[in-house]
Design a protein around this ligand. Structure first.
Ligand code: ZN
Length: 130
């Protein structure tokens, strides 16, 4: 399946809002290629003595993680219904318009592979430099 241009445009604009230096956006699409949820990567840090997570510090929630967190919060019933979905991740050049490599990191790849095995995710797309 070809990813629609409008999906790429939406994710490109969304990635620009990321507060992380390396700006990513991810979306989970249904099998018609429509966006169900989308998210950027973002900073999240848990202070050693605090219970509240703060949007500062070194730790970041990766875009694909963020999209999946939203997805299970809102659409867990779709997963239980046996549907499978498409994951798309893009990374943009900060201040520019070009895409960069957004291949998932080792940690996300492991998570994604589990979801593929469970048939929750059927395909993964990531951006490459243009
Ligand atoms: Zn990652």
């Amino acid at each position: 399946m070809r990813i629609k241009k409008t999906v790429i445009e939406k994710l490109t604009n969304l990635a620009k809002k990321s507060d992380v230096r390396s700006q990513h956006a991810a979306a989970i699409l249904n099998n018609k290629g429509e966006i169900i949820v989308s998210a950027t990567n973002y900073h999240l840090h848990k202070p050693y003595n605090g219970k509240i997570w703060k949007p500062e510090g070194k730790y970041t929630i990766h875009a694909e993680e963020a999209a999946y967190i939203k997805f299970i919060q809102k659409y867990n019933h779709l997963i239980k219904g046996g549907n499978s979905f498409i994951l798309i991740v893009i990374r943009i050049q900060r201040g520019g318009t070009n895409c960069l490599h957004s291949k998932p990191c080792k940690k996300c790849t492991q998570k994604i592979n589990k979801l593929i095995k469970k048939k929750v995710i059927s395909k993964v797309y990531y951006s490459v430099p243009t």
